[in-house]
Design a binder for this molecule. Structure first.
Ligand code: SDX
Length: 427
C-alpha cells in the first residue's frame, strides 16, 4: 500500500484520507475516517467504490483488458482450459502437470450428488425456470455436508470449493433433464469436464455416450470465458453473504439468484429472445430506435457494461468462437448470427452507442454458440452460473481466508424526521 494522502475540506475542516495503490489500476481513497467526522460516502450502484482488495482478476474497462492471475483472457481461452483456469482462480497460479492431474482427479471424484437430492426436483413444476430450480438445489447442498462447513477450516473451504465446481454440471444437467421429463444421467468420470456435462445433458440411458468433441471444446471455452469477472453484482452478492459467515453453498445460491437478472447473467437468454423477436435484418433499425428511446424500457441486450467502455475482450473471443463452431457444424448461415453481426455493425456506427461507449459484452454472442450446441435458451443463464462458480468460490475463499468484517453499507436518509404517533381517531 502506498503512503499517498488525499485531503477533503468540508464545513471548515480538512480531513486527511489515506490513498492506497494496487499492482495496476486506479489508486483508492480510504474513506473509513469519514464516519467518525459525521459523514458517509454516497455512491449508488457502487460506480466508484472499491469494496475490497483482491488478487484474483483485473479489468481495465477503457482498454478492454481482462486478466486472471495476470494472464490475459485471450491467452487463457486460446491455450488453457476451464479446469486449469479454475485452479488458477482458486490458487493464484497455473498448475504444473502433477497439480493439474491431481486437481482434475479431485473434481472427478465429487461429480455425483447425494441421491436424496433428486427428490428435491420432484417438488418443482416441470415448466419451472431452470434458474429457479438451481437457486434451490445449490442452496440445498448445505444440507448434506455438515461435516465440512467450518469456514474457518482451510480444508473445509477447499473441499467445498471442489464440491461446488464438481457438482454444478451435475445439478445443471439434472435441472434440464427434469424440465424435459427425461431420466437423470450419472456423470461418467472417464470423460473430460465439458464432455461429462454434455453427456449428462444430452445422453440417455438407452444409448452409449456420444459427445461431439467440437461441441465439448466450445462448451469448455464458454465456461472459461465466464469463470470470473472481478466484483460484478453476483460476486459482490457472494462476498456480502459470505461476510455474515453463511456457508459456501448458501452464498453461491445467493450469487445464482443475483446472476439471474436480465441486466446481469440473464442477458444471454434475453439476447436470444431479442434476436428471435427481431427475426429479420430489416427490423434492426426499429429495435435500435427503441433502444435509444428514453420512454421505451427496451435495451439492446448484450450491449453495454458498467466497466467496459471498449469491447468486452470476452465478446471478441466469443465472436470468433461462434464463427468457428457454426462453420464446423455447417451452420455458418445461421440467420441469428447474421442478424447479430448486422446489429453489432449498425449499433457501433450509431452516435447514441458511440457517445455512451456501448459495445457488445460477453452475453452478445454466447447465446448463439449455446444454441448451436443445442442448449435451450432457458438454460443459458444456468450455463453462465456453472461457468462463474470458480470465480464466486475463489472470491468467497479469498475473503474468508483473510481479515474481513460483515458488510453493512449505510444510506442517505430522506424519509420523515422523528414525529409522534397519531391515534386512529385523529388520522
Ligand atoms: C454482465 O459487471 C460485470 O462484470 C457483469 C458481467 C460479468 O461477467 O459478471 O460482465 C456480465 O452482466 C454483462 C452485462 C449484461 N447485461 C446486458 O447486456 C443488459 C443490457 N445492458 C444494460 O442493461 C447496461 O448496459 C448494464 C446494466 C450492463 C450497465 O448499466 P450501467 O453501467 O448502470 O449503465 P447505465 O444503465 O447507467 O447506462 C448508461 C447510459 C444510459 O443512457 P443515458 O441515461 O446516459 O442517456 O447508456 C444507456 C442507458 O440508457 N444504455 C443502453 C444500454 N446500456 C446502457 N441503452 C440501450 N441499450 C443498452 N444495452
Amino acid at each position: 500500500m502506498s503512503d499517498k494522502k488525499a485531503s477533503l475540506s468540508i464545513d471548515g475542516k480538512t480531513l486527511d484520507l489515506k490513498v492506497h495503490s494496487g499492482t495496476i489500476g486506479p489508486d483508492v481513497i480510504e474513506v473509513s475516517a469519514l464516519t467518525g467526522n459525521g459523514y458517509f460516502t454516497y455512491d449508488p450502484g457502487f460506480v466508484s467504490t472499491a469494496a475490497c482488495e483482491s488478487k484474483i482478476t483485473y479489468i481495465d474497462g477503457d482498454k478492454g483488458i481482462l486478466l486472471h492471475g495476470g494472464y490475459p483472457i485471450e491467452q487463457l481461452a486460446e491455450q488453457s482450459d476451464y479446469l486449469e483456469t479454475c485452479f488458477l482462480l482458486l490458487y493464484g497460479e497455473l498448475p504444473n502437470a502433477d497439480q493439474k492431474e491431481a486437481f482434475f482427479n479431485k473434481v472427478r471424484m465429487h461429480t455425483m450428488v447425494n441421491d436424496q437430492m433428486s427428490t428435491f426436483f420432484k417438488g418443482f413444476r416441470r415448466d419451472a425456470h431452470p434458474m429457479a430450480i438451481m437457486c434451490g438445489v445449490v442452496g440445498a447442498l448445505s444440507a448434506f455436508y455438515h461435516d465440512s462447513l467450518d469456514i474457518t477450516d482451510e480444508k473445509h473451504r477447499e473441499i467445498s470449493a471442489i464440491r461446488l465446481i464438481a457438482k454444478m454440471p451435475t445439478l445443471a444437467a439434472m435441472t434440464y433433464k427434469y424440465t424435459i421429463g427425461q431420466p437423470f444421467m450419472y456423470p461418467q468420470n472417464h470423460l473430460s469436464y465439458s464432455e461429462n456435462f454434455l453427456h449428462m445433458m444430452f445422453g440417455n440411458p438407452c444409448e452409449p455416450s456420444n459427445v461431439n468433441p467440437v461441441l465439448a471444446k466450445a462448451m469448455d471455452k464458454i465456461f472459461l470465458l465466464h469463470a470470473d469477472h472481478e466484483q460484478n453484482a453476483s460476486t459482490s452478492t457472494v462476498r456480502l453473504a459470505g461476510s455474515t459467515g453463511a456457508n459456501p453453498f448458501a452464498c453461491i445460491s445467493a450469487g445464482i439468484a443475483a446472476l439471474w437478472g436480465p441486466s446481469h447473467g440473464g442477458a444471454n437468454e434475453a439476447v436470444l429472445d431479442m434476436l428471435n423477436e427481431i427475426g429479420d435484418a430489416s427490423r434492426i433499425d426499429e429495435f435500435v430506435a427503441r433502444a435509444k428511446d428514453k420512454d421505451d424500457p427496451f435495451r439492446l441486450m448484450g450491449f453495454g457494461h458498467r466497466v467496459y467502455k471498449n469491447f468486452d475482450p470476452r465478446a471478441k473471443v466469443m465472436k470468433l468462437a461462434a464463427d468457428e463452431v457454426l462453420a464446423e457444424l455447417g451452420l455458418e448461415n445461421d440467420p441469428l448470427l447474421k442478424i447479430a453481426k448486422r446489429l453489432e455493425q449498425i449499433a457501433l456506427e450509431d452516435e447514441y452507442f458511440i457517445e455512451r461507449k456501448l459495445y457488445p459484452n460477453v452475453d452478445f454472442y454466447s447465446g448463439i454458440i449455446l444454441k448451436a450446441i443445442g442448449i435451450p435458451t432457458s438454460m443459458f443463464t444456468v450455463i453462465f452460473a456453472l461457468g462463474r462458480t470458480p470465480g464466486w468460490v475463489a472470491h468467497w475463499n479469498e475473503m474468508i481466508s483473510g481479515s474481513y468484517r460483515i458488510g453493512r453499507p449505510r444510506q442517505l436518509y430522506t424519509g420523515p424526521a422523528q414525529r409522534d404517533f397519531v391515534s386512529l381517531d385523529k388520522r
